[in-house]
Design a protein around this ligand. Structure first.
Ligand SMILES: [Zn+2]
Length: 465
């Protein structure tokens, strides 16, 4: 690539997303505008056409046979059985015989800008750090991240400026979210005052939600969790007001919960998304029915509790490059400390976390089998041990361990989460959708761990890895 110039496909993205022009240098701008740049735009539109030949396609629902997928610019133009489509003249053809194509993964519950190494601090919420995290997510096949709360005002700027490119996953989110006054999210999260709104009256809750909606949140987040009676909980009058105000402003409301009783009350109050699995007990028929009747989404986030002990057990996958590339060296060092491993595994909190994982998995299967809509989330980035990128692949495995088929878990992480987040142009491999594609070496519907064998990655029609 010539210095000061950019390759053709990227140019097209620049033209499609003009706001990205601002950070460009004068040289690049001149290059874009010049008629005779050495690496300039090619005249025929077919130069922007890419044909992916021979891969089997998981379209967001099921895995089909060998196919031809035509990309034009940043979109998928056509999908058909291999050999059924005419390859446009001048198109770049990529042979993916034997590979699998997935839509890019979408994580509907994660967090950005909280952690670095083994630490959590407000000071980590910077453009540079978040851009890095979004790059990491993308390298792991995640193309959209919903930062579900704890975002200071910088979120609104980053959401506008970092989206629509190919350098990292797109950022969506809930702005700060609504927490309990002197309650959850708790002090150990080390949050600044501008990272969570904590109303004391219903009117305050409404005003805070209106402010978030005006600034451009994708969802309103609520925390309803008394941490086992240790902390004050957001009062029903406050969350009812917040949910109602979110709906008046055309925004969905998602809730952090732990206990069945709170999940039930929130469904009754009109919540749209239960953002964590129910972990205190088995769900009952009344809850399952209410979730179905009201079409509430359910995001289990199983990895969240598992992350509290699994690294102390040192499973063999911790030595694999796929894990090691995701984990910060400082955190890796921490995980290798034998004293920490011993103390962690002996802790009563870990016994609780193990129980939470099995209850979560049992409930996921009950709700899924009953036909409740399942979304995909991990809470990655919320605490240091919830590792962005890796957590998503582990979550898929834990969902399959719970009893979902690999295709059902993948559906949650692609078309399901796209629908949950209202991303109509993502989550499927179909004409008109954004060309965000993960190319795998082996079939994940046979073994879900095959999502870890990422051969290539396409963002907006551009091969990025
Ligand atoms: Zn969270």
């Amino acid at each position: 690539m010539a210095e000061g110039c950019i390759e053709t496909e990227e140019r097209r993205n620049l033209l499609a997303f003009p706001r990205r022009l601002f950070p460009l240098t004068a040289a690049v701008l001149a290059c874009l505008l010049a008629t005779a740049c050495a690496h300039g735009p090619k005249p025929a539109t077919s130069s922007f056409v890419v044909v992916l030949e021979g891969a089997r396609v998981f379209d967001g629902e099921t895995l089909g046979g060998p196919s031809t997928v035509v990309l034009e610019g940043d979109l998928i133009r056509a999908v058909g059985p291999r050999g059924s489509l005419t390859v446009p003249k001048g198109a770049r053809v990529v042979d993916y015989t034997g590979k699998i194509l997935l839509p890019g993964l979408i994580v509907a519950h994660a967090h950005v800008g909280h952690t670095s190494g083994t630490e959590m601090e407000r000071s980590f919420y910077t453009r540079e750090r978040i851009a890095q995290q979004l790059t990491r997510y993308q390298a792991y096949g995640v193309v959209a991240v919903n930062s579900l709360g704890m975002n200071p005002p910088l979120f609104y700027t980053l959401r506008r400026e970092l989206n629509g490119h190919t350098a990292g996953a797109d950022l969506y989110g809930a702005g700060p979210g609504i927490g309990a006054f002197r309650g959850t999210p708790p002090p150990q999260m080390r949050l600044a005052d501008d990272q969570v709104a904590r109303p004391q009256t219903a009117e305050e809750a409404r005003a805070m939600v209106r402010d978030m909606a005006e600034r451009g949140v994708d969802m309103v987040k609520l925390w309803v969790d008394g941490m086992g009676g240790k902390m004050p909980k957001l009062a029903p009058a406050l969350y009812r007001a917040a949910i109602d105000e979110a709906h008046r402003n055309g925004v969905k409301a998602a809730a952090h919960i732990h206990d069945l009783e709170d999940a039930k009350a929130l469904v009754e109050a009109g919540i749209d998304v239960i953002g964590h699995g129910v972990r205190d007990q088995r769900v009952d028929d009344a809850f399952i029915q209410a979730m179905k009747d009201r079409e509430v989404w359910y995001i289990p986030t199983i990895q969240l509790d598992e992350a509290n002990y699994i690294y102390a057990e040192h499973p063999s996958w911790m030595d694999e490059p796929f894990f090691r590339a995701a984990v910060d060296p400082e955190l890796q060092h921490h995980f290798e400390d034998p004293t920490w491993q011993r103390e962690t595994l002996a802790s009563p909190e870990v016994a609780k976390a193990r129980k939470a994982v099995s209850t979560n998995q049992e409930n996921l299967l009950l709700l899924h089998r009953a036909g409740v809509k399942i979304g995909f989330g991990t809470d990655s980035g919320g605490m240091p041990q919830r590792i962005p990128g890796f957590a998503e692949h582990r979550e898929l495995e834990l969902m399959v361990q719970a009893g979902l088929t690999p295709a059902e878990a993948l559906r949650a992480a692609t078309s399901g989460s796209a629908e949950l987040m209202g991303l109509k142009d993502r989550g499927r491999i179909a004409p008109g959708k954004v060309a965000d594609l993960v190319v795998l070496d082996a079939d994940p519907t046979q073994d879900i761990r095959n999502t870890r064998g990422i051969h290539a990655l396409w963002r907006r029609g551009v091969e990025v890895r």
